[in-house]
Design a protein around this ligand. Structure first.
Ligand code: LHQ
Length: 263
């Protein structure tokens, strides 16, 4: 399978759909898939026609995390997993979080290890009712990565974060939603349509302002209240200069539907 086959990429109506595509391995990440997914998010950064991203998986899984066959300790040598993180996961997570366009994630099945934490790093995550989330790291002596030790305690609090990470017990989609780990649970058959409609709605929206909103909410994790108020002032100033603000207000006053350009 070539690099491009491991992640299917399609742009329509401003939505770049990226589909993890190693279904026989539950979309576990090998080097090729890492590079292909990164290329997809780099395109999302660079291409002004991309106004939202939809990330999902082919087959019955979303992603089982790192391909453990690729890091087989029986092949000898002492692995440097820090190198894998530095080379592949950290750049990907930074690309997702720094993209000032909405990233919708449709978790179509099991999400384990890095697969789960990538889903939690997206902006709006929906899951099929049959999906489950597993912090599988504890089963193989590893530490949660892909931002999991940052996002889990923030999303669900330290008690639940520790229990999930230390036990590696699967969490069903309904519980994940009720705990605030994800946005919403959808019937399996309806997942991709609902996630696509949401991504299309966002892509047709004032994406410049949505991107600034994403930046502000993420900054709140480390800002003091006063710093956040200053940031809101600065970002509102920027948003107020956008063509989409002018269009939004004009459309409201003219009692018509706005046509946003993302500028
Ligand atoms: C897989 C995998 C997989 C290869 C299923 N690899 N083949 C960062 C730095 C560097 C190194 C290490 O990792 C990391 C980050 C991480 O992500 S660590 C966590 C890695 N992931 C896991 O430990 C999860 C391993 N997988 C599982 O526990 C199960 O497969 C789950 C619970 C996800 C799904 O269970 P089932 O629904 O029962 O499916 P299955 O186990 O039968 O898997 C289906 C096939 O997919 C099977 O292949 P086969 O040829 O036998 O049909 C599995 O071997 C393969 N597969 N995960 N991570």
């Amino acid at each position: 399978m070539s690099q491009s086959d491991t992640v299917l990429s399609a742009l329509a109506d401003g939505v770049l759909r990226l589909t993890l595509n190693r279904p026989d391995k539950l979309n576990a990440f090998n080097d090729e898939m890492h590079l292909a997914l990164r290329a997809g998010f780099e395109r999302a950064h660079a291409d002004e026609h991309v106004r939202a991203v939809l990330l999902t998986g082919a087959g019955r899984g979303f992603s089982a995390g790192q391909d453990l066959g690729d890091r087989d300790p029986r092949k000898g040598g002492t692995p440097d997993l820090g190198h894998t993180i530095e080379t592949f996961y950290n750049p990907l997570l930074r690309l997702i979080r720094s993209l000032e366009k909405p990233v919708v994630c449709a978790v179509n099945g099991v999400a384990a290890g890095a697969g789960a934490n990538i889903a939690f790093a997206c902006d709006i995550t929906l899951a099929a009712r049959s999906a489950r989330f597993i912090q599988a790291f504890a089963k193989i002596g590893l530490v949660p990565d892909s931002g999991g030790t940052w996002s889990l305690p923030r999303l669900v609090g330290e008690a639940r974060a520790k229990a999930l990470a230390l036990t590696a017990e699967p969490l069903d989609a309904e519980t994940a939603a009720s705990w605030g780990l994800i946005w919403r649970v959808v019937d399996d058959a309806a997942l991709i349509d609902e996630a696509s409609a949401l991504a299309a709605r966002l892509a047709a929206g004032p994406t410049r302002g949505l991107g600034l909103t994403k930046r502000a909410i993420q900054a709140a994790a480390t800002n003091a209240f006063d710093e956040q108020l200053d940031l809101e002032r600065d970002l509102q100033r920027e948003a107020g200069r956008s063509a989409d603000y002018a269009e939004g207000v004009t459309a409201f006053l003219e009692k018509r539907k706005p046509e946003f350009s993302g500028r």
